[in-house]
Design a protein around this ligand. Structure first.
Ligand SMILES: Nc1ncnc2c1ncn2[C@@H]1O[C@H](COP(=O)(O)OP(=O)(O)OP(=O)(O)O)[C@@H](O)[C@H]1O
Length: 280
């Protein structure tokens, strides 16, 4: 992996503009506590990674941030776009959280395989438009204008993720790494302030991982979208994240820069499966 300039990490600390404010969140499923009193802040402009061993609670956190789950305790406030007033996401439906400026990709790719790459991105873009099926059928002038704008924006996004040449191919026929990038393009189509990427590098080869690392940094710099990332590939995470939050057994055990996290004995013990006492 090439050396990466993480200096943008200084930006959030200066502005302290909070996107997500997670405060003392606890999420239980029957007897299982998947998040235990977790607090964290995500700042505008940053690439923040959530890491931790299997079952640590990373996906539970993503699901709580996007309205899929409603934690029993604590609060989660969101101000995704510049100037937004912090608003609780607890109890909000996922599509409402999306409209509040949060886009997401999933561990298991969720494209429409029988639609073209272009059509998949247009689905994302059109969630922001006002035309419904009736006006689309009637072909009203503003509806036709929206259609043109949506096609133009979808082409821009395909170009941004390097898939212009694939625009008219079925999503299901694209290579795995291309599908991952297409999912990101579709998510960006909803014009988010923050994008949540759930294991974007899963199943990709080393060249695809490098492309992905580059793409995530471009989203953050050129498109000015804050990025929250779950990723098991430590090399990738450490090369692009400004900050990391580490979960283990549903609890936040550490938070800091890649350099701080890499040498944190509590984190090392969690990944090696030992307790501090055992490793002493
Ligand atoms: N819908 C659910 N019902 C019951 N238990 C759940 C549910 N979702 C998550 N859990 C439990 O919560 C805990 C945390 O799971 P979660 O999927 O959030 O971890 P993770 O860090 O994302 O793991 P992985 O890296 O393996 O994806 C696990 O014990 C899991 O079994």
């Amino acid at each position: 992996m090439t050396a990466v300039d993480n200096s943008a990490g200084a930006r959030p600390a200066q502005t302290r503009d909070v996107i997500y404010d997670v405060d003392h969140v606890t999420l239980r499923f029957g007897g299982v506590t998947s998040l235990n009193d977790v607090s964290l802040k995500m700042y505008r402009g940053e690439i923040l990674a959530i890491i931790g061993p299997n079952g640590a609670g990373k996906t539970s956190l993503f699901n709580s941030l996007t309205g899929v789950y409603t934690p029993q305790e604590g609060s989660i406030n969101l101000a995704a776009r510049v100037g937004d007033t912090p608003t609780s996401v607890l109890g909000a439906k996922t599509h409402v959280v999306n409209r509040m400026g949060v886009a997401r990709t999933f561990q298991n790719i969720r494209l429409f395989p029988a639609l073209t790459a272009l059509e998949n991105v247009k689905v994302g873009v059109e969630t922001r438009q006002k035309a419904g099926p009736v006006s689309a059928m009637l072909g009203l002038p503003w509806q036709r204008r929206e259609e043109r704008e949506s096609t133009k924006r979808a082409y821009e996004l395909l170009s941004f993720v390097g898939l212009t040449q694939r625009a008219n191919e079925l999503a299901g026929s694209l290579a795995y790494g291309e599908q991952r990038r297409l999912e990101i393009a579709r998510a960006l189509g909803t014009n988010p302030g923050v994008i949540l990427l759930d294991e974007p590098a899963a199943g990709t080869n080393p060249a695809e991982k490098r492309d992905l690392a580059d793409l995530i940094q471009r989203i953050n710099r050129e498109d000015d979208v804050s990025v929250l990332l779950i990723e098991h590939d430590m090399k990738l995470v450490m090369s692009i994240a400004h900050r990391l939050v580490v979960l283990n057994f549903g609890e936040k055990i550490a938070e800091g820069t890649p350099e701080e996290i890499q040498k944190d004995p509590v984190v090392i013990a969690a990944y090696l499966g030992t307790t501090e006492d055992e490793s002493a």
